[in-house]
Ligand binder design. Structure first.
Ligand code: PEP
Ligand code: MN
Length: 353
């Protein structure tokens, strides 16, 4: 077993999106071994594809190909399973690590079937987030695996799909995996920047962001000739490109252990706490003034929402915000939240009999 919990952060899982041929997976593994930083070899054997008529994986024939590449390089191997039959075949082929994909996590019946088929096996299982941003569905899938008596259950964050894609193929919505961590503090959460990005050029940046957000590791799709890949060609990188991404990755400690450092960090955190406290009190004060305005509007029969005034507030504050180094995006979001709360206070006053 790979025993992910015993690997020093960051845990690195790499390999092709799909296992295509014995040569392709062997070449990838041999190249990845050169980096000296990869821990586990991944490869998709059954590919759940969104649209039919795309390559759906080689299937069970490819199980020994991945296994052999792992043996030749000393890497434990991991693949995706989507039903009990996949589990059975993978176990027979000697797999000790499996993951369930985003399209499986959304389906509690499928998850339960897989969990049941894993009972008593001691397999290490990684649960990808569901394709939709539903934290409970993700938690539920993890609970089903734990409920089957599996001790080694971890999560993979691969982003969430949206109707319209922008910069990312799958929106990272970092707050969701961060929230997941509070439910399962001991669990390892690996980030899959490949499926978040859907493209190569921002892979390094998103990998760094994940590590800065204290993710426990990365799962990255690598292919000897990415443009020729049979699936997810745009997001795969060569093993040597991945090696240089790993070399440039800055891995900061999750907690400050050295004494002096920890002390000064505590002092800074104290300052932050006290500023947050001041901010909240000030916002409270601002809202009581909003309530007074509400009374005035009520007495003079004026509507709560005054579009002109709202524009003026935004214009006035964005200038100062820029001066002190806050982004326009942030300050607009902040003012909108304040404005909404202010309207809530005014409405309460107006509707009071
Ligand atoms: C994959 O890892 O190749 C895969 C299919 O991922 P996801 O389930 O995140 O789409
Ligand atoms: Mn893929």
């Amino acid at each position: 077993m790979a025993e992910l919990k015993n690997i020093r952060r960051p845990i690195i899982i790499a390999g092709p999106c799909s296992v295509e041929t014995p040569e392709q997976v062997m070449e990838t593994a041999l190249e990845l071994a050169k980096s000296g930083r990869v821990h586990v070899l991944r490869g998709g054997i059954w590919k759940p594809r969104t649209r039919p008529n795309s390559f759906e994986g080689v299937g069970q024939e490819a199980l020994p190909w991945l296994m052999d590449a792992g043996k030749a390089t000393g890497f434990p191997v991991i693949t995706e399973v989507a039903n009990a039959q996949h589990v059975e075949l993978a176990l027979k082929a000697g797999f000790e690590n499996l993951w369930i994909g985003a399209r499986t996590t959304v389906n509690p019946f499928a998850v339960q079937e897989i969990a049941d088929s894993l009972k008593g096996t001691g397999v290490e299982i990684l649960v990808k987030n569901p394709i939709n941003p539903d934290l409970n569905l993700w938690i539920g899938a993890i609970e089903r695996m734990k409920g089957a008596g599996l001790d080694e259950v971890h999560a993979i964050h691969r982003g969430f799909s949206a109707f319209k894609t922008g910069r990312y193929r799958n929106e990272p919505m970092w707050e969701i995996p961060i929230e997941l961590k509070t439910y399962f503090p001991e669990m390892k959460i690996i980030c899959d920047p490949s499926h978040i990005c859907g493209r190569r050029d921002i892979l390094a940046e998103v990998s760094q962001k994940a590590i800065d957000l204290t993710f426990d590791g990365l799962m990255v799709e690598t292919h000897p000739s990415p443009d020729d890949a049979w699936s997810d060609a745009q997001q795969q990188v060569t093993p040597s490109r991945f090696k240089s991404i790993l070399e440039q990755l800055i891995v900061r400690q999750v907690s400050a252990i050295e004494d002096g450092f920890s002390q000064s960090l505590d002092t800074l955190r104290e300052q932050i706490n006290s500023i947050d406290n001041e901010l909240i009190k000030l916002i409270g004060k601002r809202m009581s003034i909003a309530s007074e305005i509400g009374l005035f509007k009520k007495d003079h029969n004026i509507t709560i929402l005054q579009p002109e005034r709202w524009k003026e507030i935004k214009d006035l504050q964005t200038e100062t915000a820029t001066e002190v180094g806050l982004s326009i995006k942030f300050i607009v979001k902040y003012l909108e939240a304040i404005h909404q709360e202010s309207i809530r206070h005014q409405t309460a006053v107006m509707n009071k009999k």
